[in-house]
Design a binder for this molecule. Structure first.
Ligand code: S3P
Length: 172
């Protein structure tokens, strides 16, 4: 059997990309960033996919990519924050590896994303939208077995904690 994947989940701005980079470096697993792959294949930014084809079309692309990546091994997968909206995504990824949810408080998320122009779901009053979306998705993120607190830990510490979980899981 090949190496299980590490799947990073969590709201926008919780540090999935930076943590994923460190994890991949330290573990030797290959890093894949779902948003980047979707943009590359579509030939345009996610904001444009949302604007032209709508959110549902984007969710379908996410779903197809989840099915594809779940078949592969030895990956660190950085997901988009909305991957949890479809329970099938969590089921597929859950079979392929270790699911880890990164968390951060609304104020930390806001500070990180205050000047960001790339997230179509935060194109209005960012503070309000972050609080509302976090509230709406809370049960989905909370349902993930492993939670890593992004407010307390820096990216290196987060990666260390995840690698410990991964080692523990693969030794069982
Ligand atoms: C989204 C999060 C984004 C991106 C898209 C939708 C979401 O990814 O997939 O803008 O619904 O939370 P990040 O979590 O990497 O920002």
């Amino acid at each position: 059997m090949g190496k299980r994947n590490i799947i990073l989940l969590g709201f926008m701005g919780t540090g999935k990309t930076v943590t994923g980079r460190i994890l991949a470096e330290r573990s030797g697993l290959e890093l894949v960033d779902m948003d980047s792959i979707i943009e590359e294949r579509a030939g345009c930014p996610i904001s444009e996919i949302f604007a032209t084809d709508g959110e549902a079309a984007f969710r379908l692309l996410e779903r197809k990519l989840t099915q594809e990546l779940s078949q592969r091994e030895g990956l660190v997968i950085s997901t988009g924050g909305g991957i949890v909206l479809n329970p099938d995504n969590l089921a597929d990824f859950g079979r392929s590896g270790l699911l880890v949810c990164l968390t951060a408080s609304p104020s930390v998320i806001f500070n990180r994303l205050e000047n960001d122009q790339t997230r179509p779901l935060l194109s209005g009053d960012k503070k309000e939208q972050i609080v509302a979306l976090l509230h709406e998705r809370k049960p989905l993120y909370d349902s993930i077995e492993h939670q890593i607190d992004g407010d307390q830990l820096n990216p290196e510490e987060r990666a260390d904690a995840i690698l410990r979980l991964y080692a523990l899981e693969t030794s069982n």
